[in-house]
Design a protein around this ligand. Structure first.
Ligand SMILES: [Zn+2]
Length: 107
């Protein structure tokens, strides 16, 4: 799967970067990370194939949860992680993806 440099999530532009070194606040290595402040997804540059696709979708689901206001329902962090992981794994298990880009010119 080719990962785009950016993607729209309900009108919110999300930047996507690749990095060989992603870690959480405790220094634990991560495969991907969603930063709601900078609206950026960072993916582990070493991931390939279904691992890359599932990590990309996992982080996109975090962005969707942020964008659609689901966070305002007091969704716990653990519950958000479970939803993000299960939906992304299910997508990766069942579909092959190609990035769809609009072909019309924007002025
Ligand atoms: Zn997550």
């Amino acid at each position: 799967m080719k990962i785009p440099n950016s993607i729209d999530v309900f009108g919110m532009k999300v930047s996507i970067k690749l990095s060989k070194n992603i870690s959480d606040d405790f220094g634990n290595a991560l495969d991907g990370q969603w930063d709601s402040k900078s609206k950026t997804i960072t993916l582990n540059a070493e991931l390939k194939g279904v691992d890359l696709a599932q990590t990309f979708f996992h982080e996109i689901i975090h962005a969707i949860i942020h964008r659609t206001g689901v966070k305002q329902t007091y969704l716990s962090h653990d519950c958000e992680e479970i939803i993000s992981e299960n939906v992304s794994v299910w997508l990766g298990e069942n579909f092959d993806f190609k990035l769809k880009r609009r072909t019309r010119n924007k002025h």
